[in-house]
Design a protein around this ligand. Sequence first.
Ligand SMILES: C[S@@+](CC[C@H](N)C(=O)[O-])C[C@H]1O[C@@H](n2cnc3c(N)ncnc32)[C@H](O)[C@@H]1O
Length: 344
Amino acid sequence: MLRYYSWAVGEKALGLTPGGEAVYRAVGRFVRKKNQGRGGAFIAALPVVKKVMAVAPVNATIMDVGTGWFHNDAFLLYLAGRGKHRIVLFDVADKALLQYIKNYLEDLRQYSGLLSREIDVDETEIRERLDELLRLPTRSMIYKRCNFELCITRNTNSPFLPDKSIDCMVSNCTLVHIRPEILVPELKSLKSILKDDGFMYHMLGQDDHWAFHDPSVPWPSFNYLRYSERVWRMLFDTRLEYHNRIVKPEWIDIFRRCGLEVVEYNAHIDEQSRNAVKALPSIHERFARYEEDDLAIIHGYVLLRKADTDCGRGAAGKAIKTETIALPALQQRYASRALQPEHA
Ligand SMILES: C[S@@+](CC[C@H](N)C(=O)[O-])C[C@H]1O[C@@H](n2cnc3c(N)ncnc32)[C@H](O)[C@@H]1O
């Protein structure tokens, strides 16, 4: 696990060096230019999009929280919703580039058959929509065609859009990258912006993200469960990359404190992930009191609604619908790099 630790220490040192963060981001942009958005990145967003299509009104206004480099959820929602949604692309930094977006759209095109089966839209229609977007020469033209609005702000501890203006909020591996002291006020702000009968659906990537840097660490890893706060902060709390290592019972408590009712907490768990937890040499006391299945979650998918409205009233103490779901074959193929494009 040499790379696992040296990567963290290297990032920590670079983050503390004047100008280090700018260098890191510039190198990242250069290195990822050709590949950011490719390789089946959309797979993790599919369950999010399917949930939205099942529960959101047609013509809904949707916010993609932490929209990132190529608007993973948003473009899938555009295709699945046949362009009928208005989609707010919210992030704390404008990370997207035309090149990343085009990489992603080309990738979606390569998997258009699979996508058609997953989101139930005719393959020809998917390809036509993607071809049209791929021909557009600027980001703003693509956004206009898709009815996307960019919303970049770091002022997230008070509502930054009108109250009750959004029907549905989604995120894909975003909340796990937010520090707890920012997360709680931000969730309260998002709750104010959400309509009373609206909902949120968040994908929480709960496996150890530092392990992605070390091919010798078998996936999925939960190595972070070993460390005290002090060690975690010293080694892994960097300015360049951050994972809050919050686990399921803690998430449920945070959502409740923010006035959000947890309607469903679906979790990808399998024997491999349980074995990864069992194989840890130790588990820190912060985590040791939780059930093994609370710790062995690779991805959590959480459906939330406002707790203090007519829709959510009476929710306190109600059982949360929790489903333990094996990693779908598609995601397994993606994780093991066995997912092959269908079209050249
Ligand atoms: C791992 S990336 C996921 C990006 C995108 N959702 C995707 O699936 O490709 C995490 C994203 O969260 C964003 N982020 C970090 N802190 C945030 C915050 N406080 N509020 C909203 N987004 C945040 C980052 O800028 C980044 O784009």
